[in-house]
Design a protein around this ligand. Structure first.
Ligand code: ASC
Length: 152
């Protein structure tokens, strides 16, 4: 158990690398890769926004819907990173050069988001709205940290 816990960050990085290699092969060119990552972020924001509306009282809380949304956020949060390949570095987007200058730091932040979204999905499954509000806040913090550092 202790070994697993110690090895977890390494295993997660390895999994992320594998996932990025797999997705990378599908891109036609740099523009396509950027469109892919932007699409993943766009869809993720819709589902994350649904949860936000529910936990902030702008929409009635629907546990089943929250679970669907959280599962979508979790799955989508694994995807965009493959779209930040070196060939996309010089495209004109809101992505800042620091992404490519500090790639390891950027990917560590991406891994942090995925930890937060895994927790979000696990909490959504319990149907506890108060706990989901907390998990939503933690995930939003992770989104924001990356936007502050890496998004124009
Ligand atoms: C959202 C959304 C984001 C994050 C971010 C959190 O709902 O679309 O990008 O939350 O604003 O600070």
């Amino acid at each position: 158990m202790k070994f697993i816990r110690q090895a977890l960050p390494t295993l997660m990085m390895a999994a992320a690398l594998l996932a990025s290699t797999a997705a990378h092969a599908q891109f036609k060119n740099a523009e396509h890769a950027a469109k892919y990552r932007q699409g993943a972020f766009t869809v993720m924001a819709v589902h994350f926004g649904n949860i936000g509306a529910m936990v902030n009282g702008k929409k009635d809380f629907d546990a089943k819907q929250a679970e669907v949304d959280a599962n979508a956020v979790k799955a989508l949060s694994a995807l965009p990173w493959a779209g930040f390949g070196p060939e996309t570095e010089y495209l004109e987007t809101k992505a800042l050069p620091e992404i490519w200058l500090e790639k390891e730091k950027f990917l560590a932040a991406a891994t942090k988001l995925q930890t937060a979204t895994s927790n979000l999905a696990a909490v959504a499954k319990t149907g506890d709205a108060a706990k989901l509000k907390v998990a939503f806040g933690q995930t939003a913090k992770s989104c924001k940290a990356c936007h502050d550092a890496y998004k124009e």
